[in-house]
Design a protein around this ligand. Structure first.
Ligand code: NAD
Ligand code: ZN
Length: 362
């Protein structure tokens, strides 16, 4: 897949057995040296192959923790590259999930005003979603993703076999985003999603590759005309307004994609209450979400905390709250007139449904 970007065009490809194909990966590219940033868990699990792949090149192993994405911590990464004489001829290669991507993207966009950067995403979320779209995000104090830039990698190579070693929690996190994108596509996209979710082994097979590819295509269709998030791309926040608030209110016990699933469930219930979504559609989508909702006790969350975080949402305009509501597949709309009272009322009902349905049929 070729992606046109106002910053630089880039490509995404699927590849098998990536860690045994160094020559193929870098053939045709001129460079001085390679510098690697590698996720610590990935390094441990794939140590043998990685040692062989990286050989004598520079390598910094980084733990995938939100604190590592903290602004004050960035100095360590600049220092590692500068002290080891990174030049404009060299390439930064990142192997990891969204955290390593955000760190590397920001460093790559700012060091020498922009360096070459190749990304091998290793989580489902990074492979199917975050690897494209050019966003890089850095945390500031306790505020997540407050600082950032738009800077895509030059090249993205996806080896789906990395997903075999992901925990169920992080696999489901990626699934949450995959489900969201397909609910924002069309009937064919929805059918593919249903076929995929019924497949016997979600981490393997051709359909696994198909669903990742299809997710990237849907995402591309949303940002290709709106790379800098001024209009249509905003709709991709479906599930994210409530989802981000839940991540924060749960002290990040609920991981991103799982919070997005809950966020879509909440947005759908609000859509039902406003008469935007039919009860039939609501049940149909809820049945899908229920299979992957996190094992998290939502009744421990104070709705005032949710409202507090919704008020701090970057997308909010005006005095009321903002949320993306949904009518059906591919029919989402941004509303800026959601009231606190409405949130509190729907939250009460949502918790009751969540308790009743969440794990009955898993
Ligand atoms: N820039 C963007 O567009 C964008 C979009 C969405 C999310 N994000 C950011 O991405 C981060 C979340 O990223 P994520 O969900 O990819 O997870 P992550 O990078 O936090 O990694 C999750 C966990 O899985 C481990 N891991 C990674 N690959 C593995 C593998 N193949 N096998 C076993 N373990 C593996 C990591 O060490 C970590 O413990 C958040 O900080 C979020 O803000 C960025
Ligand atoms: Zn997301």
């Amino acid at each position: 897949m070729k992606i046109h970007s106002k910053i630089k065009d880039y490509s995404v490809d699927m590849i098998e057995d990536l860690l045994n194909k160094k020559e193929e990966v870098f053939s045709g590219i001129k460079y001085g040296r390679l510098f690697y940033f590698v996720d610590a868990d990935v390094y441990k699990i794939y140590e043998e192959e990685l040692k062989h792949f990286i050989a004598d090149d520079f390598c910094l192993v980084i733990e995938a923790e939100e604190t590592k994405k903290e602004y004050a911590n960035l100095v360590n990464y600049y220092k590692a590259l500068i002290d080891n004489r990174f030049t404009r001829n060299d390439i930064l290669v990142t192997i990891g999930g969204g955290i390593l991507q955000d760190i590397s993207g920001f460093i790559a966009s700012t060091l020498y005003r922009g360096i070459r950067w190749i990304f091998f995403p290793t989580t489902l979320l990074a492979q199917a979603d975050s690897c494209i779209g050019s966003k890089t995000s850095i945390n500031f104090g306790d505020s997540k993703n407050l600082i950032g830039s738009f800077y895509p990698p030059d090249r993205i190579l996806i080896d789906t076999s990395f997903n075999e070693t992901l925990t169920d929690e992080y696999f489901n996190s990626g699934l949450g985003e995959i489900i969201k994108f397909h609910l924002m596509s069309d009937d064919d996209g929805y059918k593919l999603l249903q076929k995929y979710l019924e497949s016997p082994d979600l981490r393997h097979g051709d359909i696994f590759k198909d669903i990742i590819w299809s997710t990237l295509k849907i995402k591309k269709s949303y940002f290709s005309e709106d790379e800098f998030d001024a209009g249509r791309r905003n709709l991709l926040n479906y599930g994210h307004c409530f989802g981000h608030a839940l991540e924060s209110a749960s002290n990040f016990e609920v991981c991103h994609g799982e919070a997005v699933l809950v966020g879509m469930g909440f947005a759908n219930l609000l859509s039902l209450k406003r008469g935007i979504m039919t009860a039939e559609k609501y049940e149909e989508f809820e049945e899908i979400f229920r299979r992957y909702y996190p094992e998290f006790d939502l009744s421990g969350i104070d709705v005032q905390d949710i409202i507090y975080y919704l008020k701090r949402d970057k997308k909010r305009v005006g005095k009321d709250l903002t949320m993306i509501l949904s009518e059906d597949i591919g029919k989402q709309t941004k509303f800026d007139d959601i009231t606190e009272k409405e949130i509190a009322k729907v939250f009460g009902e949502f918790i009751q449904n969540f308790k009743k349905g969440a794990h009955d049929d898993v």
